[in-house]
Design a binder for this molecule. Sequence first.
Ligand code: SF4
Length: 214
Amino acid sequence: MLQLSGIQHFRFCPRQWALIHIEQQWNENQLTIQGQFLHRHADDSSYRQKQGEIVTLRSVPLASSSLGLNGIADIIELHPAPSAHNAITHPNYPGFWFPVPIEYKHGRPKHDYIDEVQLAAQAICLEEQYQIAIPRGFIYYGTTHHRLTVDFTPDLRQAVAETAHQMHQAFNQGSTPPPSPGPHCRKCSIADICVPYIFNCPRPSYYLAKNLLQ
Ligand code: SF4
């Protein structure tokens, strides 16, 4: 099994994923600290709360054998269900419930669907674990204080399956891909470890010939 959280790293940059999940490298930057700050209340697995009709569970373990991924969901909300059909039960809350995955992100909605793919992966885990269908979830963005509704469409599910497959292929090969430098590197906390522009540097033989051997 690979880490569910790795799916966002892999979609962001396969080299970043390999450095973190194969080579066990890590560094903090402003964005990762902000992310931890936003998640600080979401990481308490003992926390449960019922507000009105909705139960909030935090730090929920997830796994999918079809994806070969496991990990932790920030928040799963339980919405009341009228019957056992496509619903689950909870030992502390009588009745039937629809589980709805919720992800917390700093920043604002992006154009690359990384956050949506990560959330859909959580939904697929829940569907496998409870043999139910989950049509949608929500992403809460810290900058906009806005909940984005994410429908788990066939295309989004396909993107999850393809990403998980590529992650396993890369993990089995055990090699870290070369950097693909770009504007995204500015957000990368492990850029100092990656050194993304190193392959743009002249070869040492060129440097020696140009500066020392003339
Ligand atoms: S610095 Fe750029 S290429 Fe290197 S791991 Fe980070 S995002 Fe990927």
